[in-house]
Design a protein around this ligand. Structure first.
Ligand code: NAD
Length: 307
């Protein structure tokens, strides 16, 4: 199993580290515009392999990604002071377009996972420019947001996040929503779970507060340490595992839906996105999901001359 990572900044290097710990790859190739840094990361990461699985890890050129089973994109420009999200979108779309052309040229059979933000828009760019089947182009979408929701519900309600089934869907951004009407803890609809909870008198968090905390997670972390990297690295590794092991795990990646990429529950197997799963949404959630789609549409409109 050969995995290449384009962009070895904080997210790319953390993802490589998480992949090494998961012992899922035989070879990892790192590519970054900053070649010195990619080389340094490769040398450092090689030493970590000693404790997990023998594998090749090296920095390389685009030609070195040839034969990759999976290519992960994390390359992008950082938002500069005074720059709007729209400016950043246009800048990153140009970067992602160039990267996609190289993946198409050197790794035409790879499955692509895009992490670069705005992830829904950039995943659409990857899909359009490579011309790959949509099931082979996956954005990380709201997988991380869903993980955050499950972690916070688990913490608040005293259960393992693994026993929480609740999704964040829509844009990976401010217009995302929690699909509360389909949320469950241990197979029990969440509102019923709360009604019967023995600790309910001491619970000071309603569901909307938990969702606000999820939405503010990235802002909070970035204000304290400048970036988020571990959560997304684990989320991406989980996605890779479901692909490599053909497990059919259900996550909320960014997938092609109504001619756009958007975070939605989907089954992930060896071919990528096997199918999406239509969860029950109430009227309010359906309305919010439609507004989220409209936000993504506006961003896509702003870059359509590039595609
Ligand atoms: P970073 O600045 O640390 O790393 C970005 C790297 O991309 C740099 O090393 C830079 O040299 C490289 N790069 C830029 N242009 C390139 C090109 N044309 N070819 C190859 N490499 C290039 O940033 P980061 O913190 O690692 O974040 C990377 C991206 O991941 C950002 O877009 C960020 O918003 C996104 N992100 C997404 C999620 C998510 O849930 N989808 C979570 C965290 C971060």
């Amino acid at each position: 199993m050969k995995i290449s990572i384009i962009g070895t900044g904080r997210v790319g290097s953390s993802t490589a580290f998480a992949l090494i710990n998961a012992a899922v790859a035989d070879e990892i190739v790192l590519y970054d515009l900053n070649k010195e840094m990619a080389e340094g990361e490769a040398l450092d990461l090689l030493h970590a392999t000693t404790f997990h699985k023998r594998m090749i890890i090296r920095a390389g050129e685009y030609s070195d990604i040839e034969g990759s089973d999976i290519v992960i994109i994390t390359a992008g420009a950082a938002q500069k002071p005074g720059e709007t999200r729209l400016d950043l979108t246009i800048k990153n779309a140009k970067i992602i377009k160039g990267i996609s052309e190289n993946i198409k040229k050197y790794a035409p059979n790879a499955l692509i996972i895009n992490i670069t933000n705005p992830v829904d828009v950039m995943s659409y760019v990857v899909w359009k420019v490579t011309g790959f089947e949509s099931k082979r182009v996956i954005g990380t979408g709201t997988i991380l947001d869903t993980a955050r929701l499950r972690a916070l519900i688990g913490k608040n309600c005293g259960v393992s996040p693994m026993s929480v089934h609740a999704y964040i869907i829509g844009e990976h951004g401010d217009s995302e929503l929690a699909a509360w009407s389909s949320a469950m803890i241990g197979g029990v609809p969440i509102k019923g779970f709360c009604r019967n909870c023995p600790y309910k008198d001491n619970c000071n968090k309603d569901l909307s507060k938990i969702f606000e905390d999820v939405k503010n997670s990235a802002y909070n972390i970035i204000s304290k340490k400048g970036a988020t990297n571990y959560g997304i690295a684990s989320a991406t590794t989980a996605l890779v595992e479901s692909i490599i092991k053909n497990e059919g795990r259900v996550y909320t990646p960014s997938v092609l839906l109504d001619d756009m990429y958007i975070g939605y529950p989907a089954v992930i197997n060896k071919d990528g996105v096997e199918r999406t799963i239509d969860i029950t949404l109430n009227d309010e959630e359906t309305e919010k999901f439609e507004s989220s789609k409209n936000i993504i549409k506006e961003y896509l409109e702003s870059i359509k001359n590039l595609l």
